[in-house]
Design a protein around this ligand. Sequence first.
Ligand SMILES: [Zn+2]
Ligand SMILES: [Zn+2]
Length: 492
Amino acid sequence: MFYICRRDVIFLKRFEQNLEPCVYYASCCDFGPSDLDEAPTLWDTLPAYSASNHDISLAPEIVKTIENTVDNLDPTLRTMSLQIHAHPELMFEEKYAHDILSDFMESHGFTVTRHYLGLDTAWRAEYVHGKGGRTLGINSEMDALPLIGHACGHNLIAVSGVGVAIAVKSALQIHNVPGKVVLLGTPGEEGGGGKIILLERGGYRGMDACIMCHPSVGVPNSASLVSTLAMQSFDVEFFGHSAHAGAAPWEGTNALDAAFVAYSSVAALRQQIRPDHRVHGVIQGTEGAANVIPDYAKMKWYIRAPTRDQLVTLRQRVQACFHGAALATSCRVNIVSSMVYFDLHQNSVLAEDFFNTISSRFGVTLGSRLKSGASTDFAQNTNSNTNDILELPSIHPSFAIPTLPKGGNHSPAFAQSARTTEAHKACMAITKGLASTGFRVINDDKFFHEVLTCRSFSPFCFWRHRLTCDVTMPGNRGLPGFQNLKLSYSVQ
Ligand SMILES: [Zn+2]
Ligand SMILES: [Zn+2]
């Protein structure tokens, strides 16, 4: 079975160029959120909230302050989001975003430290009200991806952090609650571990909790609070010896062959690893002449696993592929490992409060309950079983923005999704929810005690006692099981 459908543009281009047309096969599984034609309709009707269904624990006047503040900021946040989107900057080069965000925070009464802790594009914005009180931390990511720009939607994360910080500041001021808000501009999430560097340099010291959000694919108007995979990357270099590829190939040692043998070895390994493990890589710097035996090849690899222990096991097997390729081709190999991103542990009490707010105020439903296949440098903040790293009560919800099928994070289509008005609307609802939960961290002693004493996280149920679940499996279309599984929940 084949289809042309959304790839018909490529098909036509090739046809126009008198190239042989390609046939594209439908993949067996499409985990896209919804049908192409269906999605825009659904996104037209974001549920309006009303005060009548308000059942969150903050006083109504505080909720009003937080939501009014975000509403007033909304047009400016939208403009800044689009500006950052139009200036995609790679990790640790987020100069434009650094400047406009730190200037904006300063104009709103925050004390700003630019180029924070030796990172040129990191920044810190702090506001203190009264004496004592707890400290809420917030992260704003800013970096984009090579070639495909803001295909992870960090422009939305950036302005959400700004909105949360200013909304909580307003609530502290207007309702005279002592406390501190610290917003960090965190560079280099896409592989650079900016938050890990800031953590190791003391950037999160003094925070009582830290919150942020991330856009993703998903059912319209939904959010997820699942964990993410531990991750590590490798720069792998193979060194060989050049020779004339026709006249004396036996005098050469082919480094590009080593890279391809490594790639093939990993491809074979994939069948023997667990389905929730990931290994993916590219060959970099492919310039060269076809009549010269390449004496150098460079690869970049990422490996991911649900826990750090599993990551260590996977790492040994993947590195064996690199060493095996070097042995097979008589090349020398050099492997440089990056820092490890840990698996994410979301605080169940913060998660429950946040979800209660966004569901009751904005009708946001629960999205995926499966562990994400992505990773984040924020996870280091949420782990405690290393010597020098604290466990910081945290949430990192992902929220759905409208996407095309197969147009998820790290695709060019997602970059387009991240600049839509619907994505911004969803981001603003999440921003209000985060600000409400963040304010409770500062203001509500009993709540914060619960936050501290209930740090465990189960990706399948963070509601503690309150969830009922109905499972129905209508129809018989498609693959058996999950594709047709429908879950409905009620929070009691
Ligand atoms: Zn991202
Ligand atoms: Zn990303």
